[in-house]
Write a protein that binds this ligand. Structure first.
Ligand code: GUN
Ligand code: ZN
Length: 428
């Protein structure tokens, strides 16, 4: 048992449904040896009942639930910073040549270590990760995440058309290799399997059928892909799949959309597509820095909320500009501001919700992670900037917990994350 002491902020009640930020200044969170939170409240109320317990003193700074990144590409860590190309040019000229390098297991192993380390350093404790197009490289990601202790849902990325030849597979091989990986990792400790066709643009109907078979054959697995990111991409999908009534339908008609599906971007949806997503209970990973880097557009959050489509945050590294969800939250805020009257006024509590509880819900992990509620696992990050740094001064002089959280999103980076826990144990 441990008693964590500090200022805890979380969002157990959805701010989009009227919930407020929950804060406990000089709070205590009691965690058992299995990493489960057994009590929370004022430190002064909890401490007397546990006189001999190990106290982890996190006073100064803020303790937040570990971030949940619902869309990130492990092979693209070294692609960050290719600014200014539209999606299809960026894929061909930047991302896909780098992804092809993961055919070399030595290169992939090095990248897996760097990626998992950087994810933990950013305060991300749970992530839905695009693996590689290669079995060995994807295996290395699972192995490294398992070694470090992060909660990873990932899988082999599959494609069988339109991309460079060395990234292509066949429906049979995609099914077989995915099953090999899933048998090794799905449901093993903190790892789960995700079925990942790269996007319907690069997948024949036969490959999408193989993906549907995998989803059926792997109970509890997730589904993820991309949708409606860029107008040229949307037009190409229409050309390639004339039988699908829309980009969303290119997945739905293969039975791929349900509550276990998370699609990235959705910057250019139609009203019909939003209805289909809402009825399916599928979620969207909103990736603001990526959408702005590639000029994909301003995310219509209002339309998603009005339609009842679930939304969480994704870094989308390497089109996104970094792994830390403080930056994605801030950029999500900026995008809604830029939309003026069409935008949603996002408060700091909305941003924390999008980066934690919304991601946990999208990944079907609400009962396990996302807030400091009793019964959940203690996954947390300690935002503890260097003494007398600008952020330290901002946090010390904040007018309220909401104000402190706004300052954390405005100024916080991975460098300010001093320590990270999964299930009560330090990671990274
Ligand atoms: N669509 C298909 N692949 C990708 C990718 O790697 N990044 C982004 N942003 N969009 C994609
Ligand atoms: Zn992506």
């Amino acid at each position: 048992m441990k008693l964590f002491r500090g200022t805890f902020l979380d969002t157990p009640d959805d701010p989009f449904a009227g919930g407020a930020l929950r804060s406990e200044e000089d709070g205590g969170v009691l965690v058992d040896d299995g990493g489960t939170i057994t009590a929370r409240g004022a430190f002064s109320a909890l401490a007397p009942a546990h006189p001999d317990i190990e106290v982890v003193d996190l006073r100064g700074g803020l303790v937040l639930p570990g971030f949940v990144d619902t869309h990130v590409h492990y092979p693209q860590l070294r692609c960050i910073g290719a600014l200014g190309m539209p999606l299809l040019d960026w894929l061909e000229g930047c991302a896909l040549p780098e992804e092809a390098r993961l055919a070399d297991p030595a290169y992939a192993g090095e990248l897996a270590r760097a990626f998992v380390g950087a994810l933990a350093h950013a305060g991300t404790t749970t992530a839905l990760v695009f693996g590689a197009h290669y079995l060995d490289a994807t295996e290395m990601l699972f192995a490294e995440a398992d070694r470090v202790g992060l909660r990873i849902t990932s899988g082999l990325v599959v494609s069988d058309r339109e991309l460079r030849a060395d990234l292509l597979t066949t429906p049979t091989r995609a099914y077989d290799e995915s099953l090999i990986l899933a048998k090794r990792w799905h449901g093993v400790r903190r790892s789960r399997y995700a079925v990942i066709p790269r996007f319907s643009l690069s997948c024949t109907p036969e490959l999408l059928d193989a993906c549907a078979a995998l989803l059926t054959d792997l109970p509890g697995s997730m589904f993820t892909s991309h949708v409606n990111e860029n107008p040229a991409e949307v037009a190409r999908v229409r050309q390639l799949d004339p039988e699908a009534s829309s980009y969303v339908d290119s997945y739905a008609r293969h039975g791929l959309l349900g509550p276990e599906a998370i699609l990235a971007h959705d910057v250019h949806p139609t009203a019909d597509e939003l209805s289909v997503l809402a009825a399916a209970g599928s979620a969207i990973a909103h990736c603001p820095t990526s959408n702005l880097t590639l000029g994909s557009g301003l995310f219509p959050l209002r339309a998603h909320l009005d339609a009842g489509v679930r939304v969480a945050l994704g870094s989308d590294v390497g089109a996104g500009t970094g792994l830390c969800l403080f930056k994605e939250g801030l950029q999500a805020f900026f995008v809604q501001q830029a939309l003026g009257a069409d935008g949603v006024r996002l408060t700091p509590a909305h941003l924390l919700h999008l980066a934690t509880t919304a991601g946990a819900a999208a990944l079907g992990l609400s009962s396990t992670i996302g807030s400091f509620t009793e019964g959940k696992q203690y996954d947390a990050l300690w935002l503890r900037p260097e003494a007398d740094s600008p952020l330290d001064i901002l946090l010390r002089t904040a007018a309220s917990p909401d104000d402190a959280l706004a300052k954390a999103f405005a100024h916080g980076t991975s460098t300010d994350v001093a320590q990270v826990w999964v299930a009560g144990e330090v990671v990274g």
